[in-house]
Design a protein around this ligand. Structure first.
Ligand code: FDA
Length: 530
């Protein structure tokens, strides 16, 4: 080994200079370590992107979904590592551990707080963009999907082999599998089948010691933790084995828009009593946003009632007319299509060609702040009125609240089955999102969503006020940037995301990564100071 290090050193100096870094830089040791371990010069240039590399910015920005975290003042990584092999991941872990660089793991880059690619301390990004394989096995109804694939690539991969199997994960097709599955994953099949994480049957993980683990070798505790306990806490998950679920060849989707003048408040109020009790085959959601009113120059608030039924329109219409006549659903509001097209429909995209699912840039990117709530009791009409009226404010021009019905399968799964605890008794989840175009005004918009969140406090889950980890909200509390974070401190946000499962997550973290190599603002801390 000594001989190897000695003999390749001059060659490495050239490589590091070529990539825009020299050994004199503070991160020189890290790069030196990594280059030594990768050793092949043409591979190094495809795997390590330092700040002076001409491709650095495009590699960094390629998957940043929240442009709030791609401004000139956003802290940037010293290097972006895009591994091509498992050994590159192991080497990155080894070198960041030995040279004190924080590691941020990125799959699809949709973290709403930018946690996968921003840090306040010196850091490098481990970007799994080259781990995109989707291997569908229809005979056994399973898929091995790598973390760097998107949900769209997964959905497309399944649909190109079969029309009668699907997978219950999120609506947006550009989300990365790595972050999505490790945080739960709720979508339009959620009432029928639960979360994406409920259907993971194996995984390939690299831990802080560089060991390659699968379900058997990691053990059931760690396997439990990575299915909803959050990414960048326990290790790097390279791939997941998931079990597919049956879907009919034809599903029916619908949208009925009602604004304030068309009784939106009353209909939404009624929806709360019905949506979670509907047959599991029917998922409904309400999207609240500001729209133009029929009176020229005036604005109103719209509640868009959207649904997906695992069956034909002729069965759906009488069902809704019986259960929820107030909606006035008509055949012209409905479209029959395949399950995979329904993903595009919910994502607001044309339903064909379905190859759009493979386009990682099909959705506009924006600066945003998100927050979530879980609701267990119907909100009174007066409460809904106040909520809707807040959307008439100027700051809500580009705001949306996506309200998704729970019940069904979600009610049947125990709270401690997986780290994700928001199960029985939840009527619906609300995801509040505010967006803006001018970064200088960010504070105004963020204040608006904080006011909205504070307004909702009396109507939503309490003790704790539950929140969905996959829409991280750093307002809930963060770990210390430097130094140890105690269990009590982390519990402030940890109990909101994971309820009583947080304690078990902390124990598992203490066991698997006691030195807290894998950490971020809201990673689960170990019990003791490393
Ligand atoms: P990203 O790469 O940013 O990672 C997110 C987190 O996971 C980070 O902490 C990161 O370090 C960690 N991580 C990523 N890959 C890892 C790996 N391989 N191993 C270990 N840790 C890893 N959610 C939902 O349930 N249903 C939905 O319909 C939607 N829709 C949606 C739309 C849009 C536009 C956005 C921005 C977000 C959503 N989400 C969602 C939330 C989404 O599930 C969540 O942001 C995921 O964490 C995104 O995963 P990415 O891999 O894209 O993020």
């Amino acid at each position: 080994m000594k001989f190897l290090q000695f003999s390749v050193l001059p060659f490495l100096i050239v490589i590091l200079s070529l990539n825009g870094a020299t050994l004199a830089h503070p991160y020189g040791d890290f790069l030196h370590c990594l280059s030594l371990r990768i050793s092949n010069s043409s591979t190094i240039s495809k795997v390590i992107y330092t700040q002076n590399n001409p491709s650095y910015s495009s590699v960094l920005n390629a998957s940043i979904q929240n442009t709030r975290f791609s401004t000139p003042t956003t802290p940037k990584p010293y290097a972006i590592i895009t591994p091509r092999k498992t050994s590159h991941v192991q080497s990155t872990i080894y070198c960041s551990k030995n040279h004190g660089f924080q590691l941020r793991i990125r799959s699809g880059g949709h973290d709403v707080e930018g946690v996968s690619y921003v840090s306040q301390v010196p850091f490098v990004i481990l970007d799994l963009v080259n781990f995109q394989a989707v291997k569908v096995d229809t005979k056994n109804e399973v898929v091995w999907v790598q973390s760097g694939a998107t949900t769209g690539e997964l959905y497309y991969g399944i649909a190109s082999k079969t029309q009668t199997l699907g997978f219950p994960a999120g609506i947006c097709h550009t989300i990365g599998i790595g972050g999505h599955l490790s945080g739960g994953g709720f979508g339009i099949l959620g009432r029928k089948y639960g979360l994406a994480a409920d259907h993971i049957i194996d995984a390939k993980l690299i831990d802080a010691n560089g060991r390659i683990l699968n379900r058997k070798s990691m053990g059931e505790d760690l396997f439990w933790a990575i299915r909803g306990g959050g990414g960048n806490t326990f290790g790097v998950v390279l791939a997941w084995k998931i079990k597919l679920v049956p879907v009919p060849p034809v599903v029916t989707v619908f949208t009925v828009n009602k604004n304030l003048e068309q009784n939106a408040t009353k209909i939404f109020h009624r929806w709360q009593y019905i949506a979670h009790k509907l047959p599991n085959d029917l998922f409904t959601a309400v999207w609240i946003m500001k729209v133009n009113s029929s009176q020229v120059g005036k604005k109103t608030v719209q509640a868009g009632f959207r649904g997906m039924f695992l069956g034909g329109v002729d069965e759906l219409i009488p069902l809704i007319q019986h259960e929820f006549p107030e909606l006035g659903l008509a055949k012209e509001n409905c479209t029959q299509m395949s399950w995979v097209q329904s993903i595009l429909y919910f994502g607001g995209l044309p339903i064909q060609p379905v190859e759009i699912l493979l386009n990682r840039n099909a959705l506009p990117r924006s600066s945003l702040k998100a927050k979530t709530d879980f609701v267990k009791e119907p909100i009174p009409e007066t409460g809904i009125e106040g909520f809707m009226n807040m959307f008439l404010e100027e700051e809500a021009d580009f705001a949306i609240t996506m309200i998704e019905a729970f019940g069904g399968k979600m009610d049947e799964i125990q709270e401690n089955e997986l780290p994700y605890p928001h199960r029985a008794g939840i009527l619906f989840e609300s995801t509040y999102i505010v967006q803006w175009t001018n970064e200088e005004d960010a504070g105004t918009y963020i204040n608006w969503i904080r006011r909205l969140y504070s307004y909702m406090a009396s109507y939503v889950s309490k003790s704790p006020r539950e929140a969905y980890y996959n829409y991280k909200d750093l307002d809930l509390g963060t770990n210390n940037v430097n130094g140890y974070t105690s269990y009590e401190q982390a519990s402030v946000w940890g109990l909101k995301y994971f309820k009583n499962n947080f304690k078990r997550l902390v124990q598992i973290k203490t066991m698997i990564d006691p030195m807290n190599l894998f950490r971020n603002e809201q990673s689960v801390p170990p019990l003791w100071s490393p």
